[in-house]
Write a protein that binds this ligand. Sequence first.
Ligand code: ZN
Length: 436
Amino acid sequence: MTMPSMLRALLMPLLAVLLPGMAVAATATQDGNPAYVVIQAGELLAVPGEAPKRNQTLVIRGQEVLAVRDGILGAEAVADAAGAPVTVIDLRGHFVMPGLMDVHTHLMWSGADHPPKKADKMTEADLTLWALRNARTKLLAGFTTVREQASAPHPLFALRDWINAGRFLGPRILAAGNPITAPGGHGDMTKEDINPLDIHASNLCSGVEGCRNAVRIQHKMGSDVIKMMATGGFADNTGIDQRFFFDEMQAIVDTAHQLGLIVGTHAYATDAVATAVRAGVDSVEHGFGADDATLRLMKQKGIYLVPTLSVAQQGAIREYREKDRAFERALKIGVPIAFGSDDGGIPHRLSTREFGYMVEAGMSPAAALQAATINAARLLRIDGEAGTLEPGKLADIIAVRRSPLEDVRVLEDVDFVMKSGRVAKQAGQPQATILD
Ligand SMILES: [Zn+2]
């Protein structure tokens, strides 16, 4: 199955599930008919990249956008409700746009926001609860879709599946599970005496056969996307240099693509980024050492750069980013950019600061909004369902009090969040995220 059809297959059963007595958040009535929501938007950016329009009305049926109408309309915007309830939400004082997407997050960590236990005392059960809590923070910050770029697989797959089954309201999660890395590389969590039969070491590989196998095992375990560690990393002091050979990277990419999975590579050093791009990855994460030739090749091949400026605000990583200024050069060259904060390295409640960092580095606010919506959706291959607010798309919607096209930092305080037709935050107030 392709990614969009898989997503649709996961989401379709939800239409039949819902429940009496749900007020604003309802997506269906007791007898299973989808409920209607009418959103009155003072300003609407339905398709990022196009100009926003004043005084628009969104009509939502169940999980999907049914129509976008000119003017401010009330319940009469629903032509034929056939007895289903119609809820009107007044966002006439707001700027309304598609839900945000972060294509580089880690829900199992949260920077300086610590879990209530020390890391070495955390069991998989603790990690599941911690990830659930962080997912809620992420949704309330305005993110309706995330690509989880490596955490403990079982907690994350469980969280993803429970959200998709409609039991928790959270961001749609495309999860990498374990990252594919070389023994001793970034994200190798095993001790020195590694047992190759240990499932937690299934992500370590050397050679073409080994690396094909590692991807197949992650896919079998439930990965939606593949994360590859082309270089070492700062977090575990494994350095910035290349750790896989070209044939190993190519084996990872080709196997993932055969299985219908995209590959995002963590990569710092110049040669490593070049090798990963030549191997055909779908996105380069960080990419701080990328040279112009590689950036031009990324543009030509449609490979996304995921800037993760939020985790490069201090220390050695900041020095490294500022030395080569790859993001600034990528903007000039026209490399496609997808929004990724790498939060987990920083607290999830702060990840919308990435917009300010992107704009400070020279990106226009309009392009930053595209990076977090339509571009992210294209990278994740869910642009058939999400990323814009058009008829037939999922009703993933946020609203802020002023136009982020004038001041992108208003996105640090999102006032309204709807995910798949369900309200998660209204007038700045979180709504219930454990669903009946
Ligand atoms: Zn990361």
